[in-house]
Design a protein around this ligand. Structure first.
Ligand SMILES: CC(=O)N[C@H](C=O)[C@@H](O)[C@H](O)[C@H](O)COP(=O)(O)O
Length: 224
C-alpha cells in the first residue's frame, strides 16, 4: 500500500487543475508546464494534470504532488476519466502521486476494484471521481484513498447545478468520508467555503487555467 503522506501535504490547500481541452490554443505540454509553474508561484500545493505528455512536462519542472488522469473518449462507454488499468498504471509510472479515475456507477470497461489494486501496486494513491454519495461509498469500500466531487453534474442522474455541489459535500462529511471538493469552484470564497464544509483539499481548474472560458463569462455578462 503506498504511503498516504501525500494527502497530508495537500490537506487544507489548493490544487490547481492545469488542463487544456481539445481545440484550446493552450493545448501544448510546454504551455501546461508554464501554467503549472504559475500555479505553484501563486501558492498551489498540488497540481491535477491530464495526459501522459502533460504529466511528463509538468513532472520535469516541479516537485509538487501530482494528480494524474487521462481523458479518453471511447465508443463503448461514457466513462472518460482514466477508463483503463493500462492508462492508470502508466500515469503512476510517469510519476503521478495520485491517479484520478471515474468511479461513477456507469458501465465501465474494467472493474474498479482491479484498477484500484493495480494503481496501488504501481505505487500511487487513488482519487475516485464520483457524482453521488452512493458512488463515493462504493469507491471507498473498494479501497479508493480519497473521493472527489469532480463528476457531480456530469452524470445523467446527478443534479446539474451551476454552483459547487454543497449538498453532496455535506452528505460526504456527514458520512465521515474524506473528500476533495472539485467542480465549479470558481471563486476564492467558494474554495474557502468548501474547506469549511469539511473538504480535505480543494481542486480548481477552469477559473484559474481556462482563460477562454473565463473570458466568455465576462463577454456574456456584457451582452446580457
Ligand atoms: C467533469 C470533468 O471532466 N472534469 C475535469 C476533471 O479533471 C476537468 O475538466 C475540470 O476542469 C476539473 O474537474 C476541475 O473543475 P473546474 O474546471 O470546474 O474547476
Amino acid at each position: 500500500m503506498p504511503d498516504q503522506e501525500v494527502l497530508e501535504q495537500l490537506r487544507g490547500g489548493l490544487v490547481v487543475s492545469c488542463q487544456a481541452d481539445l481545440g484550446s490554443p493552450l493545448r501544448d505540454p510546454l504551455v501546461i508546464s508554464r501554467l503549472a509553474l504559475a500555479a505553484e508561484r501563486g501558492g498551489a500545493v498540488g497540481l491535477r494534470i491530464q495526459g501522459f505528455d502533460d504529466l511528463r512536462a509538468v513532472k520535469a519542472v516541479t516537485a509538487l504532488p501530482l494528480i494524474g488522469l487521462t481523458k479518453t473518449v471511447r465508443d463503448d462507454t461514457e466513462v472518460y476519466i482514466t477508463p483503463t488499468t493500462a492508462e492508470a498504471v502508466e500515469l503512476a509510472v510517469l510519476g503521478a502521486d495520485i491517479v484520478a479515475l471515474d468511479a461513477t456507477g456507469r458501465p465501465r470497461p474494467e472493474p474498479l476494484e482491479q484498477m484500484v489494486e493495480a494503481i496501488h501496486q504501481a505505487g500511487a494513491l487513488v482519487m475516485a471521481d464520483i457524482s453521488t454519495l452512493a458512488e463515493a461509498q462504493a469507491a471507498a469500500e473498494l479501497g479508493a484513498d480519497i473521493v472527489s466531487t469532480t463528476l457531480s453534474g456530469y452524470t445523467p442522474y446527478s443534479p446539474e447545478p451551476t454552483t459547487p455541489d454543497w449538498a453532496l459535500m455535506q452528505a460526504l462529511a456527514a458520512a465521515g468520508l474524506p473528500y476533495v471538493a472539485e467542480g465549479r469552484i470558481n471563486t476564492p470564497a467558494d474554495a474557502a467555503q468548501a474547506l469549511r464544509h469539511g473538504a480535505t483539499f480543494v481542486v480548481v481548474g477552469t477559473a484559474i487555467t481556462r482563460p477562454d472560458v473565463v473570458t466568455r463569462w465576462f463577454a456574456e455578462a456584457l451582452r446580457a
